[in-house]
Design a protein around this ligand. Structure first.
Ligand code: AGP
Length: 608
């Protein structure tokens, strides 16, 4: 979703801004733009499209200057075109402003400004911020920024230039994250860490309602009242430096292949090889807490929600605690019954998803215990929750989540084991599950070695318009995740269902033109899954089965078999999704889709 970069220093701003936009691209965007100050004028270029196509047309002479701001826009208000792209102008070019987030009272503010004679060129809420700032500015940029905070509702991170202010960028933060990177005689503003790495060595994370006035040699931060405040300066985590594809054609493929090492790291951090000692002292929850909880609610979105469903399943099965998964955006709406004996777990790769952040608020208000299963500890959600269970997936760049998903499942299973142990479940029940976790890295490696099987099946289904994915028990969620991967990156309409539901409606869809994927690995539900497979065959449907290597029944029934090693049925969903990731990847590749940045999607959804 939208990204912000700003630079002020001794170098030409344009190359820094273009590189920043490139590094922000992973968030997903449909247009981009820059503004550079020179000789009292803000020179702006903005266009729909990808930075690779736009940058060659941005003339370095016209855009010469050492202070500028840049942006990647993911359209919310108005179609992706030049006039709606950022930077948005205010005050007939006196102001250039870039914006992440949403102004919620935009219609009222627009009407008010129009009544005062302001003519809007774009459909964006961002132009309202730019015009409001331009009208409020009378030589004091902090006072004008305070007007934005006072008048606008919603979440917004903005970077602003004014043509009267050479070498100056104003950064204002409410709700959406915004950072100031500190370098040597140069400073930067950015919505996340990636574009800062390599130029800045320290970072200030602006707090809620902060206003920062940034020049090449000074950064002065004010709070909402206008008072100057001190904010902590942290060294930049160089682990995020140089994230490349390591020779893979796509980040998604690279990230799928990172799964074995990521899972090893996560398992090794939490459980010993014998599967007896679980280490969870860092979560702020002790055994009494686990015994006291009456219910666990898990909230997340998209792939995170699928992980929540699995988490609820294993928490209930293993720890015998009532647990439910709720889509984050639906959680507040149902007015959940909450109190100190409820634990709310937010599951999010980015830790920035607005829906998930908002879902946590009622839990915090009611004094419920909170936990984040996150990939980014230093994130908006990371700071809200009582404890963070780090999923150890490492930076995930491809929009379609792969390694974060398998890490989420594994983290939640580890947590369920911890809860079960604290609640007195026997070692005989838990140890086989804990030991199976250690088998995951090798099992996922083996599943990845069978990539060619998925490629073969993909050649067969590549022209399909619709698909069904079916699974049962803990693997019902694998069906949902497999379908999501397929629709996200190949644009095939794919439905995921718990297979027991099939006779209650979806079976009507079965035909030769609608391939079905069934997950039928060993476990209490395998026989019934094979029953579903037979039902599909009986209706002339094409069927792809995920099964273990020795499964002769599956081979006899299926058009294609995607094999995985046999694992404990509660652990198997972590490996069973791998061939479905491969199937989606290969299908999208054959269909010529943009695998890492699928259309309309953003990596981090920072608006509700
Ligand atoms: C996953 O493939 C999707 N891109 C999407 O569903 C994602 O999982 C969702 O937006 C939640 O993101 P989060 O994990 O960063 O909160």
């Amino acid at each position: 979703m939208c990204g912000i970069i700003g630079y002020t220093g001794g170098s030409e701003a344009l190359p820094v801004l273009i590189q920043g936009i490139r590094l922000l691209s992973y968030r997903g965007y449909d247009s981009a733009g820059v503004s550079v100050w020179r000789d009292g004028t803000l020179h702006v270029r903005r266009d729909p499209g990808r930075i690779e196509d736009l940058a060659p047309n941005w003339d370095p002479d016209t855009l010469a200057g050492t202070t500028g701001i840049g942006h990647t826009r993911w359209a919310t208000h108005g179609v992706p075109n030049r006039v709606n792209a950022h930077p948005q102008p205010g005050g007939e070019g006196a102001v250039a402003l870039v914006h992440n987030g949403i102004v919620e009272n935009d219609l009222a503010l627009r009407a008010e400004l129009e009544a005062e004679g302001v003519e809007f060129a774009s459909d964006t809420d961002t132009e309202i911020l730019a015009q409001l700032f331009a009208r409020a500015y009378d030589g004091d940029p902090v006072a004008a920024a305070r007007t934005l905070l006072a008048r606008c509702r919603g979440q917004f991170a903005v970077a602003i230039q004014h043509h009267d202010l050479p070498d100056t960028i104003l950064a204002v933060r409410r709700g959406s994250p915004l950072l100031v990177g500190l370098g040597v005689r140069e400073n930067l503003v950015a919505s996340d860490l990636r574009p800062l790495v390599g130029r800045a060595d320290r970072v200030i994370e602006l707090a809620e309602n902060d206003i920062a006035v940034v020049t090449p040699t000074t950064v002065v931060v004010h709070d909402e009242s206008g008072a100057v405040v001190e904010r902590a300066i942290a060294p930049i985590d160089h682990a995020v430096r140089d994230i490349g594809k390591d020779g893979y054609p796509h980040f998604m493929l690279k990230e799928m292949h990172e799964q074995p090492s990521r899972l090893y790291e996560l398992v090794a951090a939490r459980v010993d090889p014998e599967g007896t000692t679980l280490r969870f002292d860092d979560l702020g929850l002790d055994d009494d807490d686990w015994r006291r909880f009456q219910r666990i609610d898990l909230v997340g979105a998209g792939t995170g929600f699928h992980a929540c469903q699995y988490g609820a399943y294993v928490l209930e099965t293993l720890a015998r605690i009532p647990a439910r998964a709720v889509m984050a955006h639906e959680y507040g709406a149902r007015d959940p019954v909450l109190g100190p004996d409820v634990l709310v777990i937010a599951v999010s790769q980015s830790g920035e998803t607005m829906d998930t952040k908002v879902a946590l608020q009622p839990a915090l208000d009611a004094g419920a215990a909170t936990l984040g299963v996150l990939n980014v500890r230093q994130s908006v959600i990371g700071r809200m929750v009582g404890g963070v269970l780090d999923m150890h997936a490492g930076p995930e760049i491809a929009v379609a989540s792969t390694k974060a998903y398998t890490s989420m499942l594994t983290a939640l299973l580890l947590l369920a084991l911890k809860a079960a142990q604290a609640r007195g479940r026997t070692q005989e029940t838990l140890q086989p599950v804990a030991q199976a976790l250690w088998e995951l890295p090798a099992a996922v490696t083996r599943a990845l070695e069978r990539f060619e099987d998925a490629a073969q099946a993909a050649r067969d289904i590549r022209r399909a318009d619709h698909m069904l994915f079916l699974g049962r028990g803990a693997d019902a969620v694998t069906a949902l995740e497999g379908a999501l991967k397929m629709k996200e990156i190949s644009y095939i309409h794919a439905e995921g269902y718990p297979a027991g539901e099939m006779k209650h409606g979806p079976i009507a869809l079965i035909s030769r033109e609608v391939p079905t994927v069934a997950i039928a690995t060993p476990g209490p539900w395998r026989e019934r899954m094979l029953g579903n497979v037979r039902e599909v065959k009986a209706r002339d449907g094409e069927i792809i089965v995920v099964a273990t290597e020795d499964d002769a029944d599956a081979r006899a029934l299926a058009d294609f078999v995607l094999t995985v090693p046999a694992l404990h049925p509660l652990v198997a969903p972590v490996v069973n999704v791998v061939p479905l990731q491969a199937l989606a990847y290969e299908t999208a590749r054959l269909r010529g889709c943009d695998i890492d940045q699928p259309r309309n999607l953003a990596k981090t959804v920072t608006v509700q």
